[in-house]
Design a binder for this molecule. Structure first.
Ligand SMILES: [Zn+2]
Ligand SMILES: [Zn+2]
Length: 343
């Protein structure tokens, strides 16, 4: 087996309000690093996110918390951690919650209202999401065997979780012990960013190197590119952010510029997809656009590519730039692939 990638060291950042923010990294899935943050000085000791729960992820987080004591001279113990805030309901951010909560049982769990059911009623949420995904993949023109493969992988990645009680549901503009929550739906329905003085914890809403994954709101309400772009504007209106720390990759020194670069990349992708559909000899399904746009992707990334394309196609359709070419079939069949032409 190849050695796992070295993890970034535990790193301390300070907010203008005196909150000590420790970044602890773990491997969410092979080759994919996610950060959790320990906040000291924002009310009770607070953990932001919980890693994936896969492989060594939880052990790595516990080791990182120990390093906060041994290498950074903090006195905080696991028993002192009284609050765990989940930034959004994606498995790489909450999958380790049950394991961590066992080690810090006094910690109260907080998450945005729109993602609370993924923690409190996990099986139901997975069943609903799976059904939505199946209907979506059929409409996207994905064949049955490939579709079944995606659904199997989707179910597998969720099997480590169990339902947990949520003590606090977060809402937009909520202020809490020096943290201000900004609801930024799009990447996930209940995605929150947390402003702490001049530092923003941006979770997966704004990342430094990759454009955060998008899926259409036909799968799940409050996702979709329209919501995402609105939320990108929303964080760019928060004044005085000096440093932004995301759920993956390194710090962002210019949130405002990064938000505008991400917006521009979506605008380019929208035009590219519209151009492909315009030039195609036949009306195109989402799956066909995805195969043409993302030629080399493999495995689970094919599903991510299809969702990403669908979010853009949906946005173009919502904004009257695309039309359904096979309306007759759409009306008479149960859930046929939708074929698009330029409007
Ligand atoms: Zn995410
Ligand atoms: Zn993530």
């Amino acid at each position: 087996m190849p050695a796992p990638p070295p993890l970034p060291d535990v790193r301390r950042f300070d907010s203008s309000t005196g909150v000590r923010i420790y970044r602890i990294s773990s491997e969410a899935f092979p080759g994919f690093v996610v950060h959790v943050y320990l906040l000291l000085g924002a009310g009770v000791p607070t953990l932001v996110d919980a890693g994936s729960g896969f492989g060594d992820s939880t052990a790595q987080i516990l080791h990182g918390l120990e390093q906060v004591r041994t290498e950074h001279g903090e006195s905080v113990t696991l028993a002192d951690i009284r609050r765990i805030i989940i930034t959004h309901g994606h498995i790489d951010h909450f999958g380790g919650l049950a394991q961590l909560h066992q080690r810090m049982p006094r910690a109260e769990i907080a998450i945005h209202q729109l993602d609370a059911r993924i923690l409190t009623a996990f099986e139901e949420r997975v069943a609903v999401a799976k059904k939505g995904l199946r209907q979506f993949l059929e409409q996207a023109g994905v064949g049955e065997s490939m579709l079944q493969g995606f659904l199997d992988v989707y179910g597998y990645s969720k099997q480590n979780m169990r339902s947990l009680p949520v003590a606090h549901t977060l809402s937009d503009h909520q202020e809490w012990d020096g943290m201000r929550f900004i609801h930024t739906p799009g990447h996930c329905p209940g995605q929150v960013c947390i402003a702490i003085g001049d530092v923003m914890l941006s979770a997966d809403h704004v990342l430094p190197e990759i454009s955060p994954h998008q899926a259409p709101e036909s799968i799940m309400p409050y996702t979709g590119l329209g919501h995402y772009l609105d939320s990108l504007y929303k964080v760019s209106q928060v004044e005085g952010i000096r440093l932004t720390l995301g759920g993956h990759q390194g710090p962002i020194n210019d949130l405002y510029r990064r938000a505008s670069d991400i917006r521009a990349s979506h605008e380019r992708k929208l035009e590219k997809i519209l151009g492909m559909i315009r030039q195609a000899p036949e009306p195109m399904t989402v799956n066909e656009v995805s195969q043409q746009l993302y030629v080399h992707v493999k495995g689970f990334h094919v599903l991510l590519a299809i969702e990403e394309v669908a979010a853009h196609v949906e946005y173009l359709y919502q904004h009257n730039r695309l039309a359904i070419a096979n309306l007759g079939e759409y009306q008479t069949e149960v859930n046929p692939p939708i074929r698009y032409i330029e409007s």
